[in-house]
Design a protein around this ligand. Sequence first.
Ligand code: HEM
Length: 180
Amino acid sequence: MYGLIHQALRDLAVLHVGEEEWNRMLENAGHTRPACIGMQYYSDTTTVQMIDMVADRLGLSFDEALTAFGSHWIDFAEQTNYARILRMAGDDLASFIDNLDRMHATIRSNMPQADMPQFEVLQSDDTGMEVRYRSTRKGLAPMVHGILQKLAIRFDEKAVISHRPMDDGAVFRIDRVRAA
Ligand code: HEM
């Protein structure tokens, strides 16, 4: 995965354990240079190792750490040049999700090796929506969960999110919660 993802992971880790400790953890794990430089491409194994390290250190399960990372990913993107892309992608959760593939395609034009996920709105009405997530990677659905939770907050929409795993991704149910 691209270094951008690792930068975001580093950002999350540093927020929780501080820069010195994170550098020490990387060194102990055999990463001699901070593994997070710009547009470089890293193996997915490195990404998984880093998430494992964050999980261990914070006492979270791997899936919990992935969800936290998904949530942080949006905060992180907002601090980068991609903030504009985020802003342009929609004014509410439904249109944003509808735009996600286009958004990733735009980003991919600068990152030719990227293997982007796919999203499809299966159903949408007043009560909520159902979204299909497809990926060539396994096990990242909890990250999508975290991102969707953060997006709902960003659009000021109260939602309860659940998902069921599929062979090539997951189906997410996003239920709108109405104010009583
Ligand atoms: C401006 C914001 C965003 C940027 C810059 C961005 C960029 C990227 C990049 C570079 C990758 C890595 C692909 C690779 O290295 O092969 C990626 C993967 C991914 N993105 Fe985005 N993305 C953004 C927003 C989102 C949002 C809002 C979602 C919503 C669910 C999302 C879901 C994912 C997932 C799940 C992956 C993991 C890859 C996989 O499932 O196979 N991203 N994105």
